[in-house]
Design a protein around this ligand. Structure first.
Ligand code: DQA
Length: 146
C-alpha cells in the first residue's frame, strides 16, 4: 500500500479553539479521523503528525525519504519563514502537497509568501479542513493507488 505522511506545524494542535472564524471548528483529531477514513477508501496508509518545533518537522521530512510515497504538509507559520523546511522537502523525491486551511493570499501581507510553495507539487489554500482531503485525492490519483 502507498504511504502518505501528513505533517502539521505549530499551533495546529489548538485547532477547534484557535481563531475559529479563520480556521474552523474542527479539531486536529477530527481532521486526522477524516483523513484516516478517506485513506481506507483511497487505499492509502496515513501517518498523521503535528509538532510545534521546526527541527522536529525537518526530522520527519528527512525520515520520509525512506518511508513515504508522498508528504502532505501544513507548515503553519513556518510556511513563511523556514528555509530549513524547504531544504528538507527539496531533499525528498516523492510528491509534496502544501495545505493551508485559510487563504493565505487574502490575509496579511506577511503570509503571502510561502517558501514551501517553491517545492510543492500542489498547493491547496482556503478550503478549510477539506483541503487535506483534496490533497489526499491528488496523491491517490498521482500514485495510482486506486
Ligand atoms: C495556516 C496559515 C498560516 O499563515 C498560519 O501561520 C497558520 C495556519 C493555515 O492553515 O491557514 O498557523 O497554515
Amino acid at each position: 500500500m502507498k504511504k502518505i505522511l501528513i505533517v502539521n506545524g505549530p499551533n495546529l494542535n489548538l485547532l477547534g479553539t484557535r481563531e475559529t472564524a479563520i480556521y474552523g471548528e474542527l479539531t486536529l483529531a477530527d481532521i486526522e479521523n477524516n483523513c484516516q477514513k478517506l485513506g481506507q477508501e483511497l487505499k492509502l496508509e496515513i501517518e498523521f503528525l503535528q509538532s510545534n518545533y521546526e527541527g522536529q518537522l525537518v526530522d520527519w521530512i528527512q525520515q520520509a525519504r525512506n518511508d513515504a510515497d508522498g508528504i502532505i504538509i501544513n507548515p503553519a507559520a513556518y510556511t513563511h519563514t523556514s528555509i530549513a523546511i524547504l531544504d528538507a522537502l527539496k531533499a525528498y523525491d516523492g510528491l509534496v502537497a502544501e495545505v493551508h486551511l485559510s487563504d493565505i493570499k487574502q490575509r496579511e501581507s506577511f503570509r503571502h509568501h510561502s517558501y514551501v510553495s517553491l517545492r510543492a507539487d500542489k498547493v491547496i489554500c482556503g478550503l478549510g479542513a477539506e483541503g487535506y482531503e483534496v490533497a489526499m485525492r491528488y496523491m491517490a490519483e498521482q500514485l495510482g493507488s486506486l
